[in-house]
Design a protein around this ligand. Structure first.
Ligand code: TRP
Length: 378
């Protein structure tokens, strides 16, 4: 029996059935054949691809084709600054950084301080702008190439306005009502906003590829509808699953629920405490039962976090999985292991974040791509 779940850009609830989502959204599965084609170019696959965390796409073969023909492509992703980032937020950025290294392509990163101001009654624009800067440090810490990367805040880099109105003119109210569920009470800023989130796909005259969690796909459907009418290519997309929150496999990690998330700024004591106290596992109620029946890594947050972010060695993760299934491994050991791995990961991220603060200008204003985009007119 499939349980009820819901995936929209605003909310993810229930246990997500990803195959059903591919059907509902009309996207395509990433097949072993497609993975092989990527590997032929990149010489290896990122664990997030190999392990199926990125699982669905639109027009990915066209992107590889454009690349092979020498036409090139660019990557676009983004972040809505609602608070400090947690480890789930980092995953798409780490993947984009890998793609940038492998393909040597431009990356455009949109920080939607406008969207989150419009969406949340209690946020002032000053608040979302403040979080935007905090988030930008974390994003830079992922190691992007400063000359090939442009990071911008919607409320600051406003050169895109002519592009946004050209897009907006092709989108009707009934379309955004149907796609996003807007109501008469929705403020008109939010109603215009889909044009702004589609806009970065038009910033460079090349094929665009968007790596993002699948909840953002409705925006790409709008872009793909409008693009041919404006004489631009439809964007391609590669979709990820959601990282489960600490408390278990329903919904996704949420920045506004302290007990579900590990923030990038958490210190070692906090990490340990949260994992011991909240981490949901796939374990049995007693040690005796665990030894007899084994655990269930499929629903285990500890295993999922190791598998998608922290245990990049294939042999070690396979070994952990089979030890768990056969009951040789107890949840307490796994929790300790996860906690050590996370502390190590966060400590090096936090060091890179301090360093990142010195390089903000190259990403926002002075890098080669940043200068090109600040001087461009539409
Ligand atoms: N709307 C996204 C969010 O709430 C932010 C965003 C803007 C984004 N452009 C994007 C995310 C492109 C992924 C890809 O987080």
């Amino acid at each position: 029996m499939s349980q009820r779940f819901q995936v929209t850009p605003w909310e993810v609830t229930g246990v997500v059935d990803y195959d059903k989502l591919i059907e509902d959204f009309g996207t395509e599965k990433i097949t072993p054949q497609l993975l092989k084609e990527i590997e032929n170019i990149t010489g290896g696959l990122h664990p997030l691809l190999r392990r199926g965390f990125f699982f669905s796409h639109r027009d990915l073969p066209q992107v590889l084709e454009a690349y092979k023909k020498g036409e090139g492509f660019f990557l676009y992703t983004g972040r809505g600054p609602t608070g400090h980032m947690h480890i789930g937020h980092l995953i798409p950025f780490l993947f984009v950084k890998w793609l940038q290294d492998k393909f040597k392509v431009p990356v455009i990163i949109q920080i939607t301080d406008d969207e989150k101001f419009l969406y949340k009654e209690e946020f002032t624009l000053e608040t979302t702008r403040k979080y935007a800067m905090e988030n930008i440090y974390d994003i830079i810490a992922c190691g992007f190439n400063p000359d090939l990367t442009f990071i911008f805040q919607d409320s600051e880099y406003t050169n895109y306005y002519p592009l946004a109105v050209k897009i907006a003119k092709k989108i009707t109210l009934s379309t955004v009502k149907a796609v996003f569920g807007f109501k008469n009470e929705t403020n008109i800023g939010l109603i215009f906003f889909p044009a702004i989130q589609a806009m970065p796909c038009f910033l460079l005259e090349k094929q665009c590829l968007i790596p993002a969690a699948i909840d953002q796909d409705p925006y790409w459907r709008i872009q793909r509808d409008v693009a041919p009418k404006l004489g631009y290519p439809k964007t391609a997309a590669i979709h990820s699953k959601f990282l489960p929150g600490l408390e278990g496999p329903t919904g996704k990690m949420s920045a506004s629920k302290e007990q579900t998330a590990i923030y990038l700024t958490d210190n070692p004591e906090t990490v340990k405490r949260k994992i011991i106290k909240y981490a949901f596992t796939g374990g049995q109620p007693s040690v005796a039962e665990q030894k007899k029946k084994g655990g269930n890594p499929n629903i285990c947050t500890v295993f999922q976090w190791l598998n998608s972010l922290l245990e990049m060695d294939d042999k070690s993760i396979k070994n952990r999985e089979s030890m768990c299934l056969s009951g040789q491994l107890l949840c307490g050991e796994c929790k300790n292991y996860l906690s050590d791995k996370l502390i190590e990961f966060l400590s090096s991220h936090q060091q890179r974040r301090v360093e990142a603060k010195k390089h903000v200008d190259s990403f926002k204003y002075t890098g080669v791509l940043a200068r090109e985009l600040w001087s461009k007119k539409w």
